[in-house]
Design a protein around this ligand. Structure first.
Ligand code: FBP
Length: 555
């Protein structure tokens, strides 16, 4: 195989482990906290998860861990969107299993949760692991977005587990996939099947986090990749002095990625969906905010700039939120009628006929492309595929229109030329940063330890992440503790609550304190490419979000 020098070098990187996990397996013990509660809707969740509900928090510590040396057969699934570090989770899990007992085996289910249902599996051995250590991507076993939800799918999964004699299934996924993991765990318990289910917090979106899950893996590398590109564009903008760049950033609903990239690169405008929702801002308010910066900079002779747009923006503008909820209802309730339509024009027409007047008026006012994008298939978890809605182009059109009005009124004399970008897929399979390489390996190792201890219904956790890796604290968080009930596909479902940007949180406050200057001045910051070798303050530095949330110094 012709591999790059960096890939060859990364094979040799040894991820740093928390002290408690670096011990011999028989010295890894567990301590338990008190009973836990779900975030909300507790009675409904108790009824859905009669066995798993209320389990205690778990910490992995140095102690007597005699039971950790059992021979285990474990299956692993990568679920949902790619995130840098997935291979290291599998490597950490493999290393833990083999440290516990060299006879233990790891089975990879191919193509996501569907691989478990259909028993598409492969044995993962040391030679294979070594080909993927510290590399990006999920290509070792592939990923998928199948949701295990029908009684047949649950029964087939249980059949595969029985036939293969699995002691546990490890689900590496985001909020939706880990909700699925909780349901699978409860199902196996109800079937008296001795197979644990342990989740691992994955998603570049950064929205699977709470007091005990400080960040999801992949967020660090993805945001550093985007921030490098944004910094490069900022430099290009400041050199050419002729373009406004509108950059949409992945992240689904939450604006963590946009906020982190803003903190790293100091753009002229960065929109935060959560703030827009809280302020009940309309599309024209948002257009106005961008135009204020364009005009102010133009007055200073700077007809260039950079705007960051979170992918999920449209869902947070109150008028659009109502429209999307109505569209979801129409698409769910009238699925058969909708599917039978021949083309986009007929689909748009059908939707317009089924919307109330207010939503129909808004929908009709949108450019045709956006109309089509809003009624594309939902993902298997019922989410609008926001990555396919070109908000960056919509905003450019609206800004152009508004500037033309301002020009006619004599309050703007500049020139406006734009470029649209969407950064998403570029960041999902990068070589994991040292942080993600270490974090993921430790998460995989922790998933093994929870499995060896016979636990089920937990999300592997590694905390204290702003400290050096040796001081990280590994353990498990009960999945039900992070749940509430939400409306999906027209009915109430248990889900792990998404962590959105908190407007009273330190990352947002740091951004809000600086943005007025960024809007007018050229204060760009250039993070450069991720560095894998060199001084720790360059190579091992976590995200600004994590440092600010942990109150750690940001020098
Ligand atoms: P997960 O929530 O599964 O981690 O996916 C993250 C993500 O990259 C989102 O940011 C984005 O909206 C979505 O996946 C894109 O999905 P797809 O890969 O199916 O196009």
């Amino acid at each position: 195989m012709d591999i790059s020098p960096l890939q060859r070098a990364r094979y040799g990187y040894s991820p740093k482990l928390p002290k408690a996990l670096a011990a011999k397996p028989e010295q890894i013990a567990l301590t338990f906290g008190g009973a836990t509660e779900a975030l909300d809707d507790r009675d409904a969740l108790k009824a859905i998860f009669p066995v798993n509900y209320g389990k205690p928090l778990v910490t992995l510590v140095h102690g007597n861990g005699e039971g950790m040396k059992k021979r285990l057969i474990v299956g692993v699934i990568l679920s949902g969107g790619q995130a840098p570090g997935g291979h290291n989770v599998i490597a950490g899990l493999f290393d833990g299993l083999k440290a516990g007992n060299p006879e233990s085996r790891l089975i990879g289910f191919r193509g996501g949760p569907g691989g478990l249902v259909e028993d598409k599996a492969m044995e993962i051995d040391a030679a294979m692991i070594d080909l993927y250590r510290n590399t990006g991507g999920f290509d070792m076993i592939g990923s998928g977005r199948t949701k295990i939800e029908t009684p047949e799918q649950f029964a087939k999964s249980a059949g595969v587990v029985r036939a293969r004699g699995l002691d546990a299934v490890i689900v590496v996924g985001g909020d939706d996939s880990n909700t699925n993991a909780a349901l699978l765990s409860e199902y196996f318990l109800s079937e008296k099947l001795p197979c644990g289910v342990i989740g691992v917090p994955k998603t570049i979106d950064g929205d699977l986090k709470n007091e005990f899950i400080e960040t999801s893996f992949g967020f660090d590398t993805a945001t550093k990749t985007y921030a490098e590109l944004i910094g490069n564009i900022e430099r290009d903008a400041a050199s050419a002095r002729k373009y406004w760049h509108f950059i949409k950033l992945m992240g689904r609903s939450a604006s963590h990625i946009a906020l982190e990239c803003a903190l790293q690169t100091h753009p002229n405008v960065a929109l935060v969906s959560e703030e827009i929702e809280a302020g009940k801002l309309t599309l024209s308010d948002i257009t106005e905010e961008i135009c204020r910066s364009v005009v102010a900079r133009s007055d200073k002779g700077m007809n260039f700039g950079v705007v960051l747009i979170p992918e999920g923006l449209i869902e947070f503008i109150p008028e659009f939120k109502i429209l999307i909820t109505r569209l979801n209802e129409v698409l769910a309730e009238q699925a058969d009628g909708f599917k039978s339509l021949a083309n986009d024009a007929a689909r748009v027409d059908f939707v317009l006929k089924n919307l109330d007047i207010q939503s129909a008026t808004l929908y009709r006012s949108l450019p045709q492309e956006i109309q089509k994008q809003l009624i594309m298939d939902r993902d298997p978890h019922g989410n609008v595929q926001v990555s396919r809605i070109e908000t960056e182009k919509l905003l450019i059109v609206l800004v152009e229109k508004r500037l033309a009005t301002l020009k006619a009124a004599g309050s703007y004399t500049g020139s406006f030329s734009s470029q649209a970008h969407f950064f998403g897929y570029e960041g999902r399979c990068a070589f994991p940063s040292n942080f993600d390489a270490d974090y993921c390996h430790a998460l995989g190792f922790a998933a093994w330890a929870l499995t060896a201890a016979g636990l089920t219904g937990y999300l592997a956790s590694v905390r204290n992440l702003s400290a050096p890796a040796s001081h990280w604290i590994a353990g498990g968080v009960p999945l039900t503790m992070m749940m509430n009930m939400e409306r999906r596909h027209g009915s109430d479902k248990p889900v792990i609550r998404k962590a959105l940007v908190e407007l009273d949180g330190e990352p947002f406050k740091a951004f809000a304190a600086a943005r007025a200057v960024w809007a007018v001045e050229t204060s760009y910051r250039f993070p450069g490419a991720i560095q894998y070798y060199g001084p720790a303050d360059v190579c091992d530095r976590p995200t600004e979000t994590l440092l600010l949330e942990k109150g750690a110094p940001r020098i």
